[in-house]
Design a protein around this ligand. Structure first.
Ligand SMILES: [Zn+2]
Length: 397
């Protein structure tokens, strides 16, 4: 069940580029969240859209985006814009499945009313064949952080750098244009940069044209900053169905979600519905079942709010670093994809051994390899088995 949080009065979402920092640091955009994400897997953190724009400060009157500029931050971009009109020609909407936009991404009470072929991940737990929801190899963790870059992201990057650990970062376009230097740092340090969305709204609630605008403006903001075009994207809240997937695929994007129920709930700490201890306990609970899973997993974490970064660098990551046999990798690494950008590898470095399978490679986390506590990036090729994974995990619980 999704309910509306009472923090709505704080939702004075700024719309100018210069106010982005204030928006992030003041923890303002927490207007809704899911109380039952175990079944819905929603990570609500912002007001849902009222077409064509959203948020109390979003203009409802169209004005063209000035040359060299971007749409209002945290607002669904206007589709009238000449730039968007050009992008719309990239998609053949006659090939896009027709399903009505959702009501703010909220599932209908009667889920059996949803057509099977809509394959709505959040409401039907439906995974399409091309969805990326796990890493192939048991014991491999697709390490991802959403919603950055934020003023707190550098603290996360510092921790990852210290451990020679790379991650996949799903970037909000509005944050990218607000903190381009932070995004540049992440890219320069070899993290996999990927697309989240422009305004962080439920994608199933948007029109076909708005979906294109959200994805392409984010892509442009990232390209303008780091010079490469991400191929991977993650829908905010994991809110994707066959219609949204089709549009993303036609734009050349790979839909990447997370493994069902592998949501740390870190987003619920600033919302007041989780604690750092509960997040760490959740994570430790996964460690017990990871060795018996037929594949690896992808975890949902965030770096928008200080509480989220805090629980990562002080709670989850230290436990993970100390867990032998756990291979943390960017998604592209665990999928053995050396070209996560349309231009190729960029700064991303695919390590030998790819997915870290039976002859996997330590991705750089010095404690992530069984029996080789100080192995470094690209230096060691390891042979691991389910049995040794299990023993290593149990001993580190
Ligand atoms: Zn998000």
């Amino acid at each position: 069940m999704v309910h509306i949080n009472s923090i709505t009065t704080a939702a004075t979402i700024a719309v100018s580029l210069t106010s982005a920092l204030t928006l992030v640091s003041a923890h303002i955009p927490l207007t809704t969240h899911s109380s039952g994400h175990g079944s819905h897997a929603l990570e609500k953190r912002q007001a849902a859209p009222a077409a064509p724009t959203t948020g109390p400060s979003c203009n409802t009157t169209y004005a063209p985006v000035a040359a060299g500029s971007y749409p209002a931050i945290d607002c669904v971009p206007f589709t009238h814009d000449p730039q968007v009109q050009t992008w719309l020609k990239l998609v053949d909407f006659s090939k896009t499945p027709v399903f009505p936009p959702s009501q703010k991404g909220v599932c209908p009470t009667d889920k059996t009313s949803i057509p099977q072929d809509q394959c709505w991940w959040t409401c039907q737990k439906c995974e399409a064949p091309d969805d990326i929801t796990s890493c192939p190899t048991t014991g491999t963790w697709g390490l991802t952080f959403d919603d950055g870059p934020s003023p707190d992201s550098p603290r996360l990057y510092d921790n990852l750098l210290e451990h020679n650990q790379k991650a996949t970062l799903f970037i909000v376009g509005s944050r990218a244009v607000s903190l381009p230097a932070t995004l540049k740092r992440a890219y320069n340090e070899g993290h996999q940069i990927a697309i989240h969305a422009w305004s962080h709204n439920s994608m199933t609630s948007l029109t076909n044209e708005q979906i294109v605008a959200e994805l392409k403006w984010t892509e442009k903001a990232i390209f303008d900053t780091i010079g490469v075009t991400p191929i991977y994207w993650r829908p905010p809240f994991g809110d994707v169905d066959a219609r949204v997937r089709n549009i993303a695929a036609q734009l050349g994007l790979k839909t990447s979600i997370w493994t069902q129920d592998f949501d740390t709930n870190d987003w619920n700490i600033p919302a007041g519905a989780a604690t750092p201890q509960s997040v760490v306990d959740t994570f430790k609970g996964w460690l017990a079942k990871i060795p018996s899973m037929p594949h690896g997993f992808i975890v949902l974490e965030h770096d928008l709010f200080p509480e989220e970064v805090n629980v990562s660098i002080n709670g989850v990551l230290p436990v993970a670093y100390a867990t032998k046999g756990l291979l943390m990798q960017p998604i592209a690494q665990c999928l053995n994809d050396g070209k996560p950008y349309k231009e190729g590898a960029g700064t991303f470095k695919l390590l030998p051994g790819g997915s870290g399978g039976s002859n996997g490679t330590n991705p750089g986390n010095k404690n992530s390899a069984i029996g080789l506590g100080d192995a470094r990036e690209g230096q060691e090729v390891l042979t691991v088995s389910a049995v040794t994974f299990f023993v290593a995990f149990v001993m580190n619980l």
